[in-house]
Ligand binder design. Structure first.
Ligand code: SF4
Length: 627
């Protein structure tokens, strides 16, 4: 096969069976690769309604056909599983070297089934696949685990978990090569239940291209775009995603105090101070705008996958947290494998519920305050699974509500169990409405409407660039209104195309591509002739398949937090939910109507979001017979 490695590896940790089978070309055409094929594959392995933290929950790792083809930014590995925080099937993406390494080892996908009874790691190379003893690694943090394994397996990429994953904490994440996260929603806990400390991948295989000259000519156009956007890319290379913090502040995105208040100003010299604690930028292989950084922490240089979290999870949310304290907190959370984007909202929730006498010190285990000391205490409690943290351990917010009652839900703004990152009262773009529609309540890196103030024309151009017809675009803006439901559907399709091809969705990379370029690259890489509309159709198919599986797993109509209908407070002024252009207020009925429109647009019924039989047939999913 061209582009694809053409092989899928299956490892059963329960009985030690290891075997491989060929990737079917028909499936590749229908589901592209990466996220798409992961979703199709998990259907074969996941029995209905299994507990995410049982040995029956499989993990599928996958990469897209552009990975290893020399395509700029084709570096993403995907992991699909049933996540413990959300209870849904969803796919998480991560950078670093894992995706390349899988292609070098000669695999497009790795399916991990069953559970070991002792700690292990999987070693995958082009010559052999082994399940190795990991007893000496169990109990180590994710950084140390990665360092030891990289030393032992020179030139490898390492996916590892920290203590949070080992202890089955549902708000846990994995690390790839110590420079990228993978698995918000509890992938690390799913590895933990399998006693799988790490996956180590390396090899020397090369990807064969169907038309190397074609790929070369498209990439020369991509390089022209890199030159055109050199200023922006230089900014990202210098500051990482922190480059956008000023825009986030202007767009009222820096929400704190448990989604009740907003910062709109950064203190003077914020970015200069940030550059003083940053040692250098790092990124995924060949990235023209590397977004990650190395920082000096406790006298040592340490990589951090998402430096923006220093500010948005710590420094701008705690009362006494300098940037250097924020770096230390982020490092502590990351090395143990705790998802800091849930950690801080959890502390804010504890402060609010404690102050309103809903929870006591006895319930929590300590007096919660919005400061560094309390945050350190919370991390300590989380890792010991003590106090309030014993309830969120295996099922996140759901565990807490089961113990203390659903009354507490209104103090915990979340979508499907993950805390909100993009508050729609600040900015009602696809990023915030996407919290509602995404199967894990979170889609990670963002697109055009993440900041406010884009004009209609630039959104229209963007929609054309990502594969919308003129009719699609005019529907988004019908009757002079901006329809967030239809807009979100198209943005989601674009992200699913990138995730299935293996391209990074961050601005540094996504702005270099459009749907025509993606279709050309796919065709020249794989030899499978595809049109842009086929890619869009495949994205729609993948969404609907994912939705079908989740409906089988118990998903119903999507929900959103009640707090979105309360005002945010800015300097004593109340900020209510408005449309993206801030022309009109958005009510509960409007949101419900947007959900209906989103479902209709996808061909799902409006009662519970189940795909209709007509849509299932249209997308050629009827043979799968999912019930
Ligand atoms: S933008 Fe960041 S995540 Fe994307 S390829 Fe570059 S370094 Fe990796």
């Amino acid at each position: 096969m061209f582009g694809y490695s053409g092989r899928i590896l299956e490892v059963d940790l329960g009985n030690g069976d290891i075997h491989e089978f060929p990737l079917s070309i028909d499936l590749a055409e229908m589901f592209i690769g990466g996220l798409g094929l992961n979703t199709r594959l998990i259907l074969n392995y996941l029995k209905p309604r299994v507990n995410p933290l049982s040995d029956e929950n499989p993990i599928v790792l996958g990469v897209g056909p552009l990975v290893g083809a020399g395509v700029v930014g084709a570096v993403k590995a995907m992991a699909t599983t049933k996540l413990p925080s959300t209870g849904t099937i969803a796919t998480c993406s991560g950078g670093g070297g894992l995706a390349y390494a899988m292609k070098k080892a000669g695999y497009d996908h790795i399916v991990i089934r069953g559970a070991s009874d002792k700690p292990v790691y999987i070693e995958v190379s082009d010559e052999d696949v082994r399940i190795n003893d990991a007893s000496s690694l169990w109990g180590l943090d994710a950084y140390e685990t990665t360092c030891r394994l990289k030393k032992k397996h020179y030139g490898s990429s390492v996916l590892s978990i920290g203590e949070a994953g080992e202890k089955l904490i549902s708000w846990s994440i994995c690390l790839i090569d110590n420079i990228s996260h993978l698995g918000r929603g509890g992938l690390a806990a799913v590895m933990g239940v399998k006693k799988l400390k790490a996956v180590v991948v390396y090899g020397g295989c090369k990807v064969k291209l169907a038309n190397p000259e074609g790929v070369k000519s498209v990439l020369s156009r991509v390089r022209e775009r890199i030159k055109r956007y050199s200023q922006l890319l230089k900014g990202i290379a210098k500051y990482g995603m922190m480059v956008g913090i000023g825009n986030w502040a202007n767009s009222r995105m820096l929400v704190y105090n448990n989604y009740r208040s907003i910062h709109t100003k950064l203190r003077d010299g914020f970015l200069d101070e940030y550059l003083k604690i940053k040692v250098r930028s790092i990124g995924c292989p060949g990235c023209p705008g590397p977004c990650k950084g190395v920082f000096k922490i406790n006298g040592l240089e340490k990589p951090l996958p998402e430096p923006l979290n220093i500010a948005i999870a710590f420094t701008l949310r705690l009362n006494d947290c300098s940037l250097s304290s924020g770096v230390k907190l982020l490092y502590e959370a990351t090395r143990h494998g705790i998802d800091c984007l849930n950690l801080t909202p959890f502390l804010e929730f504890l402060v609010e519920t404690y102050e309103s006498s809903k929870l006591s010190i006895k319930d929590i285990g300590f007096k919660p305050e919005l400061n560094v000391k309390s945050m350190e205490k919370l991390v300590e409690y989380m890792l010991k699974c003590e106090g309030i943290c014993s309830y969120i351990r295996m099922s996140g917010w759901r565990g807490l509500f089961e113990r203390f009652g659903l009354d507490l839900e209104k103090y915990a703004p979340n979508c499907k169990g993950l805390s909100i990152i993009f508050d729609p009262r600040s900015n009602f773009g696809a990023e915030s409405f996407g919290h509602v529609t995404n199967p894990r309540g979170h889609e990670g890196p963002v697109q055009l409407t993440v900041i406010s103030g884009r004009d209609e024309n630039s959104i229209r151009k963007y929609l054309s660039r990502i594969g919308c017809s003129e009719d699609d675009v005019s529907k988004v803006f019908r009757n002079g209104l901006f329809n967030i439901a239809l807009y979100t559907r198209h943005v989601e399709d674009w992200l699913y195309i990138l995730n299935s091809l293996g391209l990074c969705r961050r601005e540094s990379i996504a702005l270099l591509y459009d749907i025509d370029t993606c279709a050309e690259l796919y065709t020249y890489t794989t030899g499978i002739r595809i049109q842009p509309r086929d890619l869009k159709m495949a994205a729609d198919r993948i969404h609907t398949l994912e939705r079908l599986i989740n409906c089988r797993e118990g998903a119903g109509r999507d929900k959103y937090p009640d707090r979105w209908l309360e005002p945010l407070i800015l300097d004593g002024q109340e900020i209510y939910l408005m449309d993206y252009f801030k022309r009109r207020m958005i009510s509960r009925d409007d949101i419900e109507d947007f959900i209906n429109q989103y479902y209709r647009e996808r061909g799902w019924n409006t009662v519970n979001g189940f795909p209709t039989i007509e849509r299932i047939r249209e997308l050629k999913l009827a043979d799968l017979n999912i019930q």
